[in-house]
Design a binder for this molecule. Structure first.
Ligand code: TNX
Length: 440
């Protein structure tokens, strides 16, 4: 069996058949996003519960077709093994957060990541669009947000060993048209783009653009960590952000919309509450990091991302919230992958491929699902992002898609090496090799 993530069941048959890309499809009753795939001498047949199930069946067919099927110019007729696959996801929320604020990721690479998510049967792209170090969302009403907040002097960032990148400006932003394009591209691949504008902390880029928003002034931040300067909780600042979120809602149809809420030391809980109420009044579900549990009553529809371990996530469940688990010790993919001295990004705590593969979400029968987080303080290019994300994201896909039960890392590693890494090679993904760091 060479599929990744592992399906609910795979039954091999005898021999192989030619496949020219054509198959029969029908809708049947079954679990959400589920499908049955039959490859037989009579041809290829897909029975899917819904459009997403049919899409996932296509991804499985592509994997069965061999690594060349992942090239931009795929092969024509291929040989498929006779087999029967029965499959559906374990969790509804199978997410990846990409922080496009600390380092801007060109639109082209975001589209590429949508394809990579879809190939792994992941279905949520959580976009962290704003932070102290950058504002990446075009605001037509307040254009200084992206014009001023989108750029910073890059005084001390970059690879430690290259001596930094002093003097080089860093930045960029997505136009609303770019983001509508991304949303549509993702929707066609059954990926929901969940936007996040972080309040009331992590907001220095906005304060640089409109100083009246902040407790103190200052430019777009050129440091990492927790910035003590947070948004004021007065009426005009909250109102400013109501307009910003209205623009965001106009671009992103996702029911769930992120308002951040993390690491706002000294921030006023009323800010988060009022923005959450605003989103709820507009028919959306607020989505915040687990700090939002401390700001007082929030709409019950609020979805909580449990990142400081899972205990707060369990508490949120008890309070009636939906929860997405993303504990930093298991699924922070910015963290280093080994203690090898040549590891190019030696930050965080060590989070190996095996650590990710062994992750089992707490409260599994009650949570919406889980997501892996790619913070980008130290991931300043698409190459670095690929290195941090893969193949750990392939392991994560198995955590959130495949049935519960003991996970056999040795078997996973063998399947990954023999079958899945060649697919990533065909796609040109610059993953971390299994046997050690790349020499850069
Ligand atoms: C904590 S996780 C943060 C981020 C950092 C990350 C670095 C969270 C809600 N806040 O601002 O980028 O650690 O790993």
């Amino acid at each position: 069996m060479n599929l990744l993530p592992r399906p609910v069941s795979f039954t091999p048959g005898d021999g192989e058949v030619d496949f020219d890309g054509a198959f029969r499809v029908e809708r049947v009753d079954g679990p959400a996003e589920g499908y049955r795939l039959s490859v037989s001498p009579d041809g290829v047949r897909v029975r899917a519960s819904d459009d997403a199930g049919e899409f996932h069946a296509r991804q499985t067919l592509r994997q069965l077709s061999g690594p060349a099927a992942f090239r931009a110019v795929p092969p024509g007729v291929v040989r498929l093994p006779v087999c029967e696959v029965v499959d559906h996801p374990r969790f509804a929320w199978r997410g990846v957060m990409i922080d496009v604020a600390r380092h801007f990721l060109p639109k082209h690479d975001l589209l590429r990541y949508v394809d990579l998510l879809a190939a792994h049967k992941l279905n949520v792209l959580h976009l962290h669009l704003t932070d102290d170090q950058g504002w990446r969302f075009e605001s037509r009403r307040f254009p200084r947000l992206h014009e001023v907040g989108g750029w910073r002097p890059d005084s001390r960032f970059g690879d430690r060993r290259s001596g930094g990148t002093a003097g080089r400006p860093h930045g960029g932003y997505y136009t609303q048209d770019d983001l509508r394009e991304l949303v549509a591209y993702a929707a066609a691949r059954h990926v929901t783009v969940v936007p996040e504008v972080d309040v009331p902390g992590h907001s220095q880029a906005a304060i640089a653009a409109y100083p009246e928003l902040g407790a103190a002034g200052g430019g777009v931040w050129t440091d990492w960590g927790v910035n003590p300067n947070v948004l004021r909780a007065d009426e005009s600042t909250v109102d400013f952000y109501r307009h910003v979120f209205d623009e965001l809602l106009d671009v992103f149809p996702s029911e769930v919309v992120g308002l951040g809420g993390d690491e706002a030391e000294g921030g006023d809980g009323r800010f988060v509450r009022r923005i959450a109420q605003h989103l709820a009044a507009r028919g959306r579900r607020p989505f915040g990091w687990d700090e939002v549990l401390d700001v007082g009553p929030l709409p019950t529809s609020t979805v909580v991302a449990s990142w400081r371990g899972e205990e707060r996530g369990l508490r949120a469940l008890d309070r009636g919230h939906d929860v997405v688990m993303c504990p930093e010790e298991h699924v922070y993919l910015d963290y280093r992958q080994s203690d090898h001295p040549d590891e190019p990004i030696p930050v965080g705590t060590r989070t190996t491929l095996e650590d990710v593969h062994r992750y089992e979400p707490a409260g599994a029968d009650r949570v919406l699902g889980a997501q892996a987080n790619l913070w980008t303080e130290h991931l300043d290019s698409p190459r670095r992002l690929d290195y941090a994300a893969f193949p750990r994201l392939s392991a994560f896909a198995e955590v959130v898609w495949s049935p519960a039960g003991p996970r056999d890392f040795a078997e996973f590693r063998t399947r990954l090496a023999a079958h899945h890494l060649p697919r990533l090679d065909a796609l040109g993904v610059e993953y971390r090799p299994l046997d050690g760091p790349r020499p850069w």
